[in-house]
Design a protein around this ligand. Sequence first.
Ligand code: ADP
Ligand code: MG
Length: 238
Amino acid sequence: MSEVQLKNVTKSFGAMKVIPDLNLTVPDGSFTVLVGPSGCGKSTLLRIISGLEMPTGGNVLIGGQDVTLEEPSKRGISMVFQSYALYPHMTVAQNIDFGLRLAKMPTAERETRVAEAARILALEDYLDRKPGQLSGGQRQRVAIGRSIVRHPKVFLFDEPLSNLDAALRTQMRVELAQLHQSLDATMIYVTHDQVEAMTLADQIVVMNAGRIEQVGAPMELYDRPQTEFVAGFIGSPK
Ligand code: ADP
Ligand code: MG
């Protein structure tokens, strides 16, 4: 069970109310995509779910458990950013393994998990290379590998493909969809790319100025946008 629930979540930075009052349920095992204009609070929301940021008010529940006060490493969540932040002096295998080593996991278990991640991400032939010897798409796969080995229940992605060129984005979209299938995890994915949202999501959350405009399946939003904002953002209604 890894449903994610936000209950009356608010967030202010000083006098600025970035999230006035937000309620959202992300179903267990779903691929939920958050879209909305720059500055509307998407990254802030992910950071609140991951625990990197405390909400000003309200509650975060994962699998029915209130984790609002739980530290990030205990939430069973993993976050993938657009900047890959790989260690240039370490090999692919060492990069993927790094978090497990920090967590002092036994070597045999670490090796098993790194091998599993490499298989899922088709990185088996690259484990001894350094990040500088990889393509952009391969580097992004290594970054995802670092998440996979932790066996999180929930993956958070903050515009993970925005630094990649168009062809690679298309390829990575396919790979992310396969990843979701094979891991059977809950994914919450931020993008400002409509095509990415429409193709990856089984649920799209449209945000505007810290509020949710509409939640629904891609075609539902496309066919029956409830506000002009959603219509403008997702596609053109009749
Ligand atoms: P998005 O990811 O949708 O582009 P963000 O969540 O990054 O939006 O930001 C939402 C709003 O909150 C923006 O106005 C941003 O400037 C502000 N903000 C985000 N983080 C901070 C912070 N640490 N301190 C002050 N303001 C912040
Ligand atoms: Mg952002």
